[in-house]
Design a protein around this ligand. Structure first.
Ligand code: IMP
Length: 207
């Protein structure tokens, strides 16, 4: 694999295969030391719906990155994330976003999980958040990284911070992913860990 040095082309465009403003902001922050001009796929002129029909987070991240890269022929990063629960054989998994239907709220998704976990002993409630990131730089250089954080599913939602399944994802007694503040979450989360992996690659290849 060649060692791409970005110094010759300090404002090379890099596309984030998402239109989620929060994600774009996080990636822009992460990528700021590397001299890329970071853009959402919409800003780069890509408006297609991408069918996320992979069986794993890695596959979905790859599918998204590939679709956008093929259309724009520019370096592209995509991610996919969600919750896996042992007792539910890995569900909601890649269906995390639409687990209680397309238009369900976070509260409804959490309620559905709690209902399905009803009566399961604590020892059976282990869960993990997973984040996969796929980066296609060019035809020869592609990178896949992931991160996870382990916890267990509580008996009821606690905490008001975060989003999605955070209030039912317990880190310890009386502490969920929604009781810790954003700065703390950004140190320990699945996304933070995947970002760390990506940073290592970027430092090695692009600085
Ligand atoms: P996506 O990666 O944007 O497709 O998100 C998938 C879904 O996983 C989200 O809609 C959330 O329901 C869930 N999810 C992903 N990351 C988190 C997190 O950090 N906290 C809580 N839920 C999450």
């Amino acid at each position: 694999m060649s060692n791409n040095n970005n110094a010759d082309n300090p404002r090379s465009k890099l596309i984030i295969a998402s239109n989620n403003a929060g994600k774009i902001r996080e990636f822009r922050e992460l990528l700021s030391p590397f001299g890329f001009e970071v853009m959402s796929m919409r800003d780069a002129g890509y408006n297609e719906e991408i069918a996320e029909d992979g069986e794993t987070f890695e596959e979905n991240a790859h599918i998204k990155a590939r679709a956008v890269y093929e259309a724009l022929k520019l370096p592209t990063i995509a991610d996919d994330s969600g919750l896996e629960i042992d007792f539910l054989n890995g569900a909601p998994g890649v269906y995390s976003a639409r687990y209680a239907g397309e238009n369900a709220t976070d509260e409804e998704r959490c309620a559905k999980v709690l209902e399905e976990m009803h009566g399961a002993a604590k020892a059976l409630r282990d869960a993990r958040f997973v984040c996969a990131i796929y980066f296609i730089f060019d035809e020869e250089n592609e990178y896949s990284v992931s991160g996870e954080v382990r916890g267990y599913i509580g008996d009821e939602p606690i905490g008001k911070n975060g989003f999605g399944y955070d209030p039912i994802f317990m880190l310890g007694e009386n502490e969920s992913m929604a009781t810790i503040d954003e700065a703390e979450k950004n140190k320990i989360s699945h996304r933070a860990k995947a970002f760390e992996q990506l940073s290592l690659i970027l430092k090695e290849k692009f600085s």
